[in-house]
Ligand binder design. Sequence first.
Ligand code: HAM
Length: 408
Amino acid sequence: MVDILPDDVRKWQYLEQLIRTEAGRFNLEEIRTPIMEQTELIVRGLGQLTDIVSKEIFEFSRGNDNYVLRPELTAPVVRAYVEHHLEQRGGSQKLYYIGPMFRAERPQKGRQRQFHQFGVEVIGSDDPVADVEVIAFMLHIYNKVGIKNTTLKLNSIGDPESREAYKTALKDHLKPNFDKLSEVSKERFNKNPLRILDSKEEEDQPFIDSAPLITDYLSEESVHHYQKVKEYLTDLGIAFEEDPHLVRGMDYYTETAFELISPDLGSQDALAGGGRYDLLVEEIGGQPTPAVGFAAGMERLMIACEELGITLGDEKSVDVYIVTLGDAARKWGLSHLPKIRNLGVSATMDYKGRSMKAQMKDADRENARYAIIVGDHELESERFTFRDMKNSEEEALPFSKIKGRLSN
Ligand code: HAM
């Protein structure tokens, strides 16, 4: 788990602001759910046999209740949708979120135990337009930030019947070579055979390469939906790579599945991922309601920015630094800070009773735009030295004039 220190928080605030502004332009509304959820929701939503549920959840109990720190937000958002009857608001619910998630994974670059996601869940539409708008929003954020060298991987994993038929075919294909598979894949063979396609182990590759393709097992309806998604993406000029081996890590997915990959990230190269989950609302107790969404790793976005030399947000700075000499001047400073702040600009002063020279140095360190220099002489004449820290020009001005300058 990682502390985010002030110099980095500025980057986070910039990114969060950008996401909020752009989400507004896409007519998405923010939803905030608790950090904890009942274990049962996550197990039901994601699937007992998934890596996240079987190995990675932080779980604890209190009395008879079992809780987890949320490992993701799709199931919690669906729970909130069902619990608060959000369908009664009418139309599809177009929701976004930003927040921390928790997975007990082995930490490495781009993989933390507490990490942050921003994401979108559009609940109530089975239209391929919804899939494409969700993908477009995801890409829009990376474009705005300046991360353009990404690959959108796309697949369809169809409806549950197509997937069951495919699972059987995949297992039939792998069975004769079961002994040659990696230990992880052997373990997945019965529990979650689709995830074998996701294996990075070398010994699995020949069998993965020769495996049947899920896209050959799709029902007519699934094929049609997938075609439409590809057609609309193409119309929008959004490039994608079809990857019939792309299977996602949660059981709730149906139909469209996608991931956004960055070559700038090393081994943890998934910037974001998502897809349809048309059966999850019903699974969690609501009416049958189709839905689609994605989530993006914010730390990974930041790592990509660092690799690409993209700076997020501004440097630390303050508009006004009041430099004071003597106790009367300090009092003047303290009582004039609120007057300056009320103009809508930021202001600070020395809290340590330092020399004037040390205060000027501090104003530089704080990246102050202006300094107001106050001593006995200034207090007597009621004219204060107003210093432009950029070009070092100074003027003696009454406070009313300084206010005028600062309000411009
Ligand atoms: P996910 O693929 O598990 O999907 O996570 C989405 C993104 O979160 C990943 O692509 C990655 O960037 C980031 N991420 C995941 N685990 C970690 C970690 N341990 N450390 C740092 N970053 C990480 C979901 O969570 C689904 N809920 C997405 C979704 C929304 N599907 C439909 N709607």
